[in-house]
Design a binder for this molecule. Structure first.
Ligand SMILES: [Zn+2]
Length: 121
């Protein structure tokens, strides 16, 4: 289980760049469609770098609210402390309030987890 509070939302800017690259690939493969979100993240990173900040807070990666209670969902990586979608780590998406969650997937299946969550009802 990931620690309470989801420690994975504070990312090093470099890590955030890696995730943005992955989102872009997903965008190209048409399994992710929020280009606005990517642009917004890139813009924020630029500003952080200008201010010599090394961390960015990334919240939901375009996850829909929980279908059961309406709260924000979050991406959980079992090896908390980093959020790098590591291929061999277990990941899942979980409601921050009621605990509704997807099945566990491997890092390279994050698109599957997003799909499972967003299509849930
Ligand atoms: Zn919920």
């Amino acid at each position: 289980m990931a620690p309470e509070g989801g420690c994975l939302y504070k990312l090093a800017v470099q890590e955030a760049r890696i995730i943005i690259d992955r989102l872009k690939k997903m965008l190209n493969r048409k399994i992710y469609n929020n280009k606005k979100r990517i642009d917004e993240l890139e813009e924020r990173i630029k500003k952080l770098e200008l201010n010599h900040m090394t961390q960015i807070e990334v919240y939901e990666l375009d996850l829909k609210p929980c279908p059961r209670c309406g709260e924000k969902a979050k991406f959980i990586e079992d090896d908390c402390g980093t959020f790098n979608l590591a291929p061999n780590h277990n990941h899942w998406i979980e409601c921050s309030k009621c605990g509704l969650r997807t099945m566990t997937v491997k890092g390279w299946e994050e698109d599957l987890a997003i799909k499972l969550w967003n299509e849930r009802n």
